[in-house]
Design a protein around this ligand. Structure first.
Ligand code: FAD
Length: 496
């Protein structure tokens, strides 16, 4: 047996704590020990249900069987997010996963669509996306593709509490040792690093490295190390959420809904055993009572419990990794769940950490590079979220007027200008949200490019119409054989 020489202590057992524990247990070599301390008395945030496709890579890497996962987390499939009322009341569009249209010659589809829109022969973008057609007709299957249509990608809605419990079983089976207890004291070593944490019943846990998964408070990264927080509420002014699950009133949709409301937006996330609902809002424009009333008035079935208010400050910890502490989950920062990115940020932070896994005191250059990449990832997601608000046309509603007229980061300003000017979108190669994601939101939010690439003019109007028609037909044909979501899910859950 190898003697343990590097002790990793994870503090916190929410989604972040158990995702970290399971991933580390799966990948660290012999010689590492992994301990997790959590306090049932403190509990977890208890919301967080919608994800994006990379979650599948995480589950696969852990060796999780999809049917087990679906059963144990009460999950459903997710093909995208519908944004209702974000441009204006009565309007809706989708950010659906998967390809939109297809490239023609050298050019991405958006140039042809822009030209076709200008001459009045384009249909809404969702007609050229198999995911959106499947989502809107309530269909779902995995492993489906069609002529010119790559595989229909998917993610999940799931109960984050059940997911944490599911991963706990995996992690413990792989050797993670869990301790129940409330950490009351943090002990610093001579060099300023964290040396140990102590629970209120006097137990001490020494470690070489600590992963702070204590949620918004950031017990190690902030309360002990005072790392600092970059506040982005001037760009994303919503600062509260009220949540109230209810039962389903009908077949559940294989997509998340985000519905714009007076001073924020409401989510609807269908799970097998309930519908997750919540309202994200800005307290400057709406009281907690007003938010709770707006939410309960707009539920499809009565909520069994009173709505629960959560407060947050949008932004990120100045350093994700400070000294010998890594902040994962809410302790590392928070952005509203508009594009379902928080659980993904847990996944990417822990995956990135594994790529530079320390075995002794950290090297500054490695830590700085790591922090830079984490910062970039947060900032790019931030810009994508702001885009939804900035481009709204909900005129004469004070909150939305504010969002439309507020200054935005230069990086976003430049992106919107490039698209508006020349239909140009070029995210970096490692950006989470691809050109197709940006295109759907820009187009959905009514941003119209002045020009497109003139190469798109080589097609005659008839050829252009024929091309769009063929793309739409291929998407419809791809979706046609897919079963209904509920039937497909039930069959998957029954698989042993
Ligand atoms: P928490 O759930 O707060 O867990 C903290 C842990 O630390 C607990 O185990 C607690 O016991 C422990 N702890 C704290 N202090 C101590 C102590 N002193 N001693 C011992 N243990 C301690 N994400 C998505 O991806 N999709 C979504 O749709 C989504 N929706 C969201 C909606 C809202 C309104 C909010 C607020 C978040 C949402 N999220 C979503 C984010 C998601 O909920 C979180 O990212 C995720 O649950 C991770 O939380 P966490 O584990 O970091 O923190």
């Amino acid at each position: 047996m190898t003697e343990t020489s590097f002790r990793i202590v994870i503090l916190g057992g929410g989604t972040a704590g158990w995702m970290s524990a399971a991933a580390l247990a799966r990948f660290v070599p012999p010689g590492y020990s992994i301990t997790l301390i959590e306090s049932d008395a403190i509990g977890t945030v208890g919301v967080g249900e919608a994800t994006i496709p990379p979650i599948r890579l995480f589950n696969e890497a852990l060796g999780i069987d999809e049917a087990d996962f679906l059963r144990e987390t009460s999950a459903s499939y997710k093909l995208g997010i519908e944004f209702a009322g974000w441009l204006r009341d009565g309007h809706s569009y989708m950010h659906a996963f998967g390809a939109v249209g297809r490239q023609h010659g050298l050019l991405p589809f958006r140039h042809y669509w822009a030209r076709a829109s200008a001459v009045g022969i384009a249909r809404p973008l969702g007609h050229y996306n198999a995911n959106e057609i499947a989502a809107r007709t309530g269909r779902m299957a995995t492993g489906v593709s069609g002529p010119g249509v790559p595989e229909v990608p998917w993610a999940y809605h799931f109960d984050a509490g059940l997911y944490a419990a599911f991963l706990r079983r995996h992690a413990e089976a792989m050797g993670v040792v869990r301790h129940e207890g409330k950490v009351a004291c943090v002990v610093r070593g001579d060099n300023g690093d964290i040396a140990a944490v102590e629970t209120d019943d006097g137990r001490s846990f020494e470690g070489d490295f600590f992963i702070d998964c204590t949620g918004f408070r950031g017990l190690l990264i902030e309360e002990a190390l005072e790392t600092g927080y970059e506040d982005w509420s001037h760009w994303l002014p919503c600062d509260r959420a009220v949540a109230a699950p209810c039962s389903a009133a009908g077949p559940f949709t294989p997509y998340t809904r985000s519905i714009a409301r007076k001073a924020g937006w409401q989510w609807r996330i269908p799970l097998q055993h309930r519908i997750g609902n919540g309202l994200v809002y800005c307290s400057e424009y709406l009281s907690d009572e007003g938010a709770a009333a707006t939410l309960t008035e707009n539920l499809e079935a009565p909520a069994p419990a009173d709505p629960r208010v959560l407060r947050f400050v949008t932004g990120r910890r100045r350093k994700t990794w400070n000294r010998n502490v890594l902040a994962v989950g809410l302790s590392g920062g928070f952005m509203e769940p508009l594009e379902s990115t928080s659980i993904h940020l847990i996944q990417s932070t822990i995956t990135r950490f594994l790529t530079v896994l320390p075995s002794g005191p950290a090297n500054d250059a490695v830590r700085d590079g790591f922090n830079r990449r984490c910062a970039e990832e947060f900032e790019r997601i931030r810009d994508f979220l702001i885009l939804h608000y900035k481009t709204n046309q909900r005129v004469s509603e004070p909150f939305w007027d504010h969002c439309r007229t507020m200054p935005v980061p230069d990086s976003l300003e430049a992106r919107i200008a490039e698209y508006r000017e020349a239909c140009h979108i070029q995210p970096g190669a490692d950006e989470l949200f691809t050109e197709v994601a940006w295109f759907q939101v820009l187009a959905g939010q009514g941003v119209v490019p002045k020009r497109w690439n003139p190469i798109a003019n080589r097609l005659s109007p008839d050829e252009l119409g024929g091309f769009l028609g063929a793309v739409e037909k291929a998407c419809i044909e791809t979706v046609r054989p897919m079963p209904l979501h509920m039937d497909f899910l039930a069959a998957r859950c029954a698989t042993r």
